[in-house]
Design a protein around this ligand. Structure first.
Ligand SMILES: [Zn+2]
Length: 285
């Protein structure tokens, strides 16, 4: 007997009873709890017994044992390129290394001096591409390591939702003809915008790595509204831009002091736990 969809059968996991259309209620022994969403049900005779097989989708592939721990993460902006957690862990960003950076600069300069269409130019292009691939690999490895550590350590990971505005293309920076390497101001403060979007691409990748590893492991990931997470005092809730001085947080309301990014990570976690409560209340209703 096969039920190709959700109609015609119902499983009561709590009481270990199965209802089958045309048969009625039968008792069964459930070997393990269903994960994910049940899709189909097959009933087969095995000697004197019947075997019921339920296919589910969205089942974690490699569920990890619960750790009982939850975390909020703050994704830094600017050169520090830092992930701060509500457990006061500060993770520095990917470091392709100065030597590699210098080689990229040197080979780029070499390239500028090569005659177009020449064999030497083609070789230089290949060398530059290889260096860039190496840089990209270092960044990707970093994102894999950080996401792995977080998913292994925590049952729930709350992070700021990346602003949608950053997904939209920004105006291109206009090079300043009078200052080589400089940029004229334009609508989006071009250079800052450019750096920012490269930065956000890195964060988007980290978050997507966290998301798929978490799904595989049966962990929960919650994105929260980033508004005020860096200006709000975690201890008393006071929101003021002056609470924050670079990497230091000192609340003008209550005097609470913390690393600014760790304070923000606490706010992210609190918002994430609130979202989880809302969701659970929503699904129970
Ligand atoms: Zn405070």
């Amino acid at each position: 007997m096969e039920y190709p969809d959700r109609s015609g059968w119902a499983l009561d996991e709590e009481h270990q009873r199965l209802y089958l259309l045309g048969v009625g209620h039968v008792k069964l022994r459930l070997h393990r709890p269903l994960g994910g969403e049940a899709k189909t049900c097959t009933v087969k005779r095995e000697g004197r017994r019947w075997r019921v097989t339920v296919f589910c989708t969205g089942v974690p592939a490699q569920p990890l044992p619960s750790t009982g721990r939850v975390v909020g993460i703050d994704l830094g902006v600017g050169e520090s390129n830092l992930v701060a957690t509500s457990d006061a862990e500060l993770v520095s960003g990917p470091r392709p290394g100065r030597a590699l950076g210098e080689r990229v600069t040197r080979v780029s300069r070499e390239l500028a001096g090569r005659r177009k269409g020449s064999a030497r130019r083609r070789k230089t292009v290949q060398r530059l591409a290889a260096l860039r691939r190496k840089e990209a690999r270092i960044r990707r490895d970093w994102a894999h390591q950080v996401s792995r550590r977080l998913v292994d350590a925590y049952d729930l990971i709350a992070h700021e939702a990346l602003p949608v505005a950053n997904m939209v293309r920004r105006p291109k920076p206009r090079p300043d003809p009078d200052a080589p390497g400089g940029f004229l101001p334009n609508r989006a403060r071009a250079k800052a915008g450019l750096n920012r979007s490269i930065h956000d691409a890195g964060w988007a990748r980290l978050l997507s790595f966290i998301a798929y590893k978490a799904e595989d492991a049966g962990r929960q990931v919650i994105a929260v509204d980033p508004a005020h997470t860096s200006q709000r005092c975690f201890a008393c809730g006071h929101v003021e831009a002056g609470n924050r001085h670079a990497s230091a947080f000192r609340c003008l309301g209550c005097g609470h002091e913390a690393h600014a990014d760790v304070n923000a990570a606490h706010n992210v976690l609190r918002a994430g736990l609130a979202r989880r409560l809302e969701r659970e209340a929503g699904s129970a209703a």
